[in-house]
Write a protein that binds this ligand. Structure first.
Ligand code: NI
Ligand code: MN
Length: 225
């Protein structure tokens, strides 16, 4: 699978010929100005929670692409009531989609739409496809529940928030990598604003000191797993 980074928590996954967008916050992110939201492909849109910095471009992209929104029940209900396609799930549930199997796992955070409407429980995703398994943690604190994941999955990559203030920080993400037994981490949710700015070199060093790799992609860059 190919993972493209569009800044903040926004990703584009290419899996089994399908396009999967994750937490699209692009048009309102000045750092991602070179990414053309109107050109993005999407067969599915995965949403970890309802906060504005994860959903701002959902309606425009879903309207243009007819993508299926995958998220918790409340987020999917919000969009299906507005006429969009969705597949609602909840923490602990799994479903086999045509691109791969998706499991929703716990995230310790909050979830409300920009107008304050309840957005259900925030979630993370474990995606198994093409013989690989990745964990998208979403916005979350470090939590002991992460230890459940390696009881069921052997992760090839974990996508973890590392910016602090709203989520866990780099030091806690190193511990999270231990909990989930994954030595390869792609950092997200950092540098978008001053509150979540990180020192790239020092952050990579903190992972390296525990024999782990922290990958920090430039916006528009991609990796293959
Ligand atoms: Ni959030
Ligand atoms: Mn966020």
């Amino acid at each position: 699978m190919k993972i493209n980074y569009y800044g903040h928590s926004a990703l584009h996954l290419e899996i089994n010929g399908k396009s999967i967008l994750v937490d699209p916050f692009i048009s309102a992110n000045p750092k991602a100005s070179k990414i053309d939201v109107n050109a993005l492909k999407a067969d599915y849109i995965l949403l970890t929670h309802a906060h504005y910095d994860h959903i701002i471009d959902v309606e425009a992209i879903a309207k243009r692409t007819d993508a299926v929104i995958i998220s918790n029940h409340e987020v999917v209900t919000h969009y299906s009531n507005a006429g969009f396609k969705g597949h609602g799930m909840n923490q602990g549930g799994s479903w086999q989609f045509d691109f791969g199997k998706v499991k929703l796992v716990k995230a310790v955070h909050s979830s409300s739409f920009p107008d304050g409407k309840y957005g259900g429980n925030p979630v993370g995703f474990v995606i198994s496809a093409e013989g690989k398994t990745i964990y998208l943690a979403g916005d979350t604190a470090l939590t002991m529940d992460m230890k459940l994941i390696p009881m069921f999955f052997k992760l090839d990559l974990a996508v973890l928030p590392i910016g602090g203030n709203f989520t866990m920080d780099v030091e806690e993400a190193v511990v999270a990598a231990d909990f989930i037994e994954c030595d390869k981490v792609l950092g997200i949710h950092y540098d978008t604003a001053e509150l979540i700015r990180i020192d790239h070199g020092a952050s990579k060093q903190k992972f390296a000191a525990k024999n782990k790799e922290l990958i920090l992609l430039g916006i528009g860059e991609s990796i293959d797993i």
